[in-house]
Structure formats: structure tokens, C-alpha cells
Design a protein around this ligand. Structure first.
Ligand SMILES: Cc1cc2nc3c(=O)[nH]c(=O)nc-3n(C[C@H](O)[C@H](O)[C@H](O)COP(=O)(O)OP(=O)(O)OC[C@H]3O[C@@H](n4cnc5c(N)ncnc54)[C@H](O)[C@@H]3O)c2cc1C
Length: 512
């Protein structure tokens, strides 16, 4: 009898909890079957590109209008027990940043299903110039398609375009064009944002600027972006795509820094990567022709670690679509100290260059090498520490571990186009390096890479290298405070102002 009563009381408490959630969500003023609790919807919302985190929400909202999201957030804000709300773009985070335990995930891309394409509008404004107004749920690839049709383009791109505008603007949106234009967040004129109080607010750097600066790079903590006004310029049609191989790290960084600080007619994009003798073929070989691969392999047996600058010059602009001469290209790379003869050049369309990672995705999908765990560690390293980082972390530690299976990015970028009033955090100094250990775990053992990541961070701390992690939510409250440094006070004040009940994006693990 006692056992029966205990079971009954457990059942009642579970039913009670569910009833409470149901009751409050039933008050939601939205029509149709937009709020789903079926296994398919919940499963999808509790997975991401990282394939590590698995956090289950109570329900998933498939909005068909911005108002649906406003009503959801308002409901949470006004209820006695507010529930977490996480906007999910494409869920291409790697550690559950777009997940929420016992709350509601908003599948942002659902906004696009009803009004397909119509949430990307291109405008030529006498005051602002050319811009596009895009829904926060739109993928950058669709922004590219729409703007190219008019011969236009945004100025900064992430390496992969099947990410949403709201998702990348919540981080920074870094790419090889950022040394020239800043990250994507530096190229936004205006936003529509649903705050944690359920208010839909338009903001810009002159109007409600506190919210504007908070949201850009704000890790989803202050509002859900439903529209972004993004700067456009005339698009090239072609690119000259050049790769330069280095065995000497000091020459590699000297040349990169020269390239990103040279005059305005120089390169349009500069990134760089590290190739180790045991690197998995999928992490680098597909970026080169078979002849180039065999030459690089020979060089690798000699040097064990190589560094590759990837540089792009745009050309073929309307209306003349003129070519770029070999002499013009050679001039761009004159005086650089790459391994003699190890310069590889090719031409590509602007679209194919920007869409390059998706081409790899299509090749890797059928081999089962895309949907695998990705315990990534992305970091910003100050220029003053990059030599030490290379020797002590990349050469003496990571290379000896023989564990790194994905691409390793390492490229210089400039800080002068970042706006310090925004939430995104960078290291001190005008030039800093983006280093990404993009582990792609083919053997399933993501935990050992996770340990490696933590050891890397521990080593940097011991060596006094001031790392700022990017896209990384594995932090305690104290570590977040240290991460934001002098910006923490304003970050916390803005949270109290725009999301006082700590409803939004709890998966970032900052306030929850
Ligand atoms: C293959 C690949 C390549 C990448 N390359 C780059 C790169 O070159 N440069 C770079 O900077 N990043 C890069 N990233 C990282 C990427 O920018 C982030 O993971 C980004 O968050 C992914 O966008 P998403 O739409 O999938 O966002 P999600 O993972 O769905 O969400 C990310 C965070 O933003 C919040 N969020 C989502 N939508 C909104 C919104 N509309 N308003 C407010 N908050 C929102 C979520 O709640 C969550 O906290 C890459 C990722 C992958 C998988």
C-alpha cells in the first residue's frame, strides 16, 4: 500500500508539472499546430552540429510570424515561473548553445516556410546606400543568391553559408574579409529584436543603441533578431584564389600581417591553416589538386608541420567584367617568403569560392563524415603571443598528441573595424589571430579531443597567453566574468535591462 501511494504521488507530481507547462503554454495566442511536443520536433531541437550536447526542451515553436515569437516570450515573461526560450537558427553550434532544458526552442527557419524568399529585400537608400533587410532566420546562402541576382553582395562572409543571419550575428561572424571590413556585426545598420520582455523593438547605432550594441555579438542573451539591415556593395563575379605554403612560422605570420595591413587595393580575403604530417586527409586534401597534394605531402615528410596562407583577389566587376592580369596577381605576392615554388593559383566564380565548404559537405555527407561529433575549440590569440602559441601549443603539445583530426585554422585579423560598444570580445592589440581546432571525430572518441581542448586552454593560462574563446560555452560564471573582462559589468547590466528574467538562450550557460 505504501509503495502504491509513493508511485501515485510520483505520477501525480509528474502530471502536475506537465499540466503546469501545458496550462501556461495553452494560453499562447497562436493558431494552428505551431507548438509541437512530438518526439521528432523535440529530438531535432535537442541536437546540434557538435553532436555532443543533448538537452531536451518541453516544446518547440514553429512560428509563421514574428508575432508568434513575441507572444511566446511575453507568455514566459508574464508567467509566475518563466521558462527558457532559445532561438534556433540552423543549430550549427557545437555545444548546445541553441538548446534549452524544460523550455521552448523556437525553430527560426520556420518563419521562412510561409513567406519563402520574401524576407530578403534589397534597397538603395539615398542616406545609407545599398543594403538588404533580411529576416534573422534567413541563411546566408539565400542572402547570397538574392543579392547576387542584383549584382550585389554583403562584404563579410563566414566560411560556411548554411548558417542563419541571427545565429552568426549573435557571435560575430568572422571570415577572411574581416581584416578589411570587420566581422559581420560591424556591417549591420539596424535590427528588429524581440527582447526578453516580449517587446519587438527596432534599434540602430543612433536609435535605442544600447539594445543594438548589446545584441550584436550578444550570444542571444538580449533579444531574438527578427530582421537585420546589412550593408551591400557591388559584387565581383570572379576571384583569383591563391595558396602559399610555409614551413617557417615566423615567415608565415610576417607575410600574413603584411598582407592584411597593406594598401586598400590589396587582397580581399586572407585566411590561413595548419597542416600536420598526420592530419586526416579530409581536413586538407580536398582543398588542393592531386598534383598539389602529392607535392605538399613530400614537403610534409620533411617538415612535419606546414602553414598555408589562402588569399583571394576579387575581379570581373560589371559592367566591363575585366580580367586580372598575371602581373597584377604576382605583384600582390612579391617579396613573400613562402617555400619557393609552393604558390598555387586558380580562378573561380565568386559564388563557388564563397560556397566552398558546402561543396565539401556534399562530398562528406555520403561518406558519413559530416554528421560526426565536432568538439571544436575556437580562440582569439593576441599577436604578441602567437609565436609562443605556435611553439608551445601547436608544435610541442598538439603535434605530439597525434589526436587532431580536423582542420586547424590560424589567421591574422585586425581589430580596427570591430566596435567595442558591441558585446563581442577580442584580445588587446590591433592585430590578433583566430585559431580554430576544428576537430572532426571520425572514431567517435570526442571526449579525448575535449580533454585536449581543456589542456590547450590550461597550457595557455600557464604560459600567460590571454586567450579569448569564440563560440565556446564551457565556462563557469567566474570564467565568463574573466572572458568579458571590463565589459562584464555592462553585459550584466544589459541583461538586467533587456532580459531581466533570464529567459533567452540559456544554452550559452552565462546566466543560467
Ligand atoms: C561548418 C561551419 C563553419 C563555420 N564557420 C564559421 C566562420 O567562418 N566564422 C564564424 O564566425 N563562425 C563560423 N561558424 C560558427 C557559426 O557562426 C555559429 O555556430 C552560428 O551560431 C551558427 O549559426 P546557426 O544559425 O546555426 O545558430 P544556432 O546554432 O542555431 O544558434 C547559435 C546561438 O545564437 C542564438 N540565436 C540563433 N538565432 C538567433 C536569432 N535570430 N536571434 C538571436 N539569437 C539567435 C541561439 O539561441 C544560440 O545561442 C561555423 C559553423 C559551422 C558548423
Amino acid at each position: 500500500m505504501i509503495i502504491f501511494l509513493m508511485i501515485l504521488s510520483n505520477v501525480m507530481s509528474i502530471v502536475g508539472k506537465n499540466m503546469m507547462w501545458n496550462d501556461s503554454l495553452l494560453n499562447l495566442n497562436i493558431s494552428g499546430n505551431k507548438l509541437r511536443r512530438d518526439t521528432r520536433a523535440i529530438d531535432r531541437a535537442s541536437r546540434d552540429y557538435g553532436k555532443i550536447a543533448n538537452i531536451r526542451p518541453d516544446a518547440v515553436l514553429y512560428p509563421t510570424s514574428v508575432n508568434d515569437i513575441v507572444n511566446l516570450v511575453k507568455l514566459s515573461y508574464n508567467s509566475k515561473r518563466p521558462f527558457g526560450v532559445a532561438a534556433r537558427g540552423r543549430g550549427h553550434s557545437v555545444r548546445g548553445q541553441a538548446m534549452v532544458k524544460k523550455g521552448v526552442v523556437v525553430e527560426m527557419t520556420s518563419l521562412n516556410t510561409v513567406t519563402r524568399g520574401s524576407r530578403i529585400r534589397i534597397v538603395n537608400d539615398p542616406r545609407l546606400g545599398l543594403y538588404t533587410d533580411v529576416g534573422g532566420e534567413q541563411m546566408w546562402i539565400d542572402v547570397l543568391y538574392a543579392t547576387l541576382q542584383r549584382g550585389l553582395s554583403p562584404v563579410v562572409w563566414t566560411d560556411y553559408l548554411y548558417l542563419t543571419v541571427g545565429g552568426t550575428l549573435s557571435n560575430a561572424g568572422l571570415g577572411g574579409q574581416a581584416f578589411r571590413h570587420g566581422p559581420q556585426i560591424s556591417n549591420v545598420f539596424e535590427l528588429d529584436v524581440i527582447t526578453g520582455k516580449g517587446r519587438l523593438v527596432t534599434c540602430s547605432n543612433t536609435y535605442r543603441s544600447e539594445l543594438f550594441y548589446a545584441v550584436l555579438g550578444g550570444l542571444g542573451q538580449f533579444g531574438i533578431i527578427t530582421r537585420a539591415r546589412i550593408r551591400l556593395v557591388k559584387a565581383p563575379t570572379k576571384v583569383k584564389w591563391v595558396k602559399l605554403m610555409y614551413s617557417d612560422f615566423s615567415a608565415y605570420i610576417r607575410d600574413q600581417e603584411n598582407l592584411i595591413t597593406s594598401n586598400d587595393d590589396g587582397l580581399n580575403y586572407v585566411e590561413g591553416s595548419v597542416i600536420m604530417d598526420y592530419s586526416h586527409p579530409i581536413s586538407w586534401e580536398t582543398s588542393f589538386s592531386p598534383i598539389e597534394v602529392s607535392r605538399i605531402k613530400t614537403l610534409l615528410t620533411q617538415h612535419k608541420i606546414l602553414y598555408c596562407i589562402e588569399a583571394i583577389k576579387y575581379y570581373g566587376y560589371a559592367p566591363t567584367y575585366s580580367n586580372i592580369s598575371e602581373t597584377e596577381v604576382d605583384n600582390l605576392f612579391q617579396g613573400l617568403s613562402y617555400v619557393p615554388g609552393f604558390i598555387f593559383k586558380k580562378d573561380a566564380s565568386y559564388f563557388d569560392f564563397l560556397n566552398r565548404v558546402h561543396v565539401k559537405e556534399i562530398a562528406l555527407q555520403p561518406l558519413g563524415l559530416w554528421n560526426i561529433p565536432h568538439p571544436w575549440l575556437n580562440m582569439f590569440i593576441p599577436k604578441s603571443s602567437i609565436m609562443n602559441f605556435n611553439q608551445r601549443v601547436l608544435v610541442d603539445f598538439i603535434h605530439k598528441q597525434n589526436k587532431s583530426t580536423g582542420p586547424i585554422h590560424a589567421y591574422a585579423t585586425r581589430r580596427n573595424k570591430w566596435d567595442d560598444r558591441m558585446s563581442a570580445v577580442t584580445p588587446d592589440g590591433e592585430i590578433f589571430y583566430f585559431v580554430g581546432l576544428l576537430h572532426a571525430v571520425v572514431d567517435g572518441d570526442w571526449k579525448s579531443r575535449d580533454i585536449l581542448n581543456k589542456e590547450v586552454l590550461g597550457l595557455c593560462k600557464k604560459l600567460g597567453i590571454e586567450v579569448k574563446e569564440y563560440l565556446w560555452n564551457q565556462k563557469t560564471k567566474d570564467e565568463w566574468i574573466r572572458h568579458f573582462g571590463p565589459k562584464w559589468r555592462i553585459f550584466a547590466q544589459r541583461k538586467a535591462l533587456f532580459d531581466p528574467k533570464k529567459i533567452l538562450s540559456p544554452g550559452q550557460n552565462i546566466f543560467n
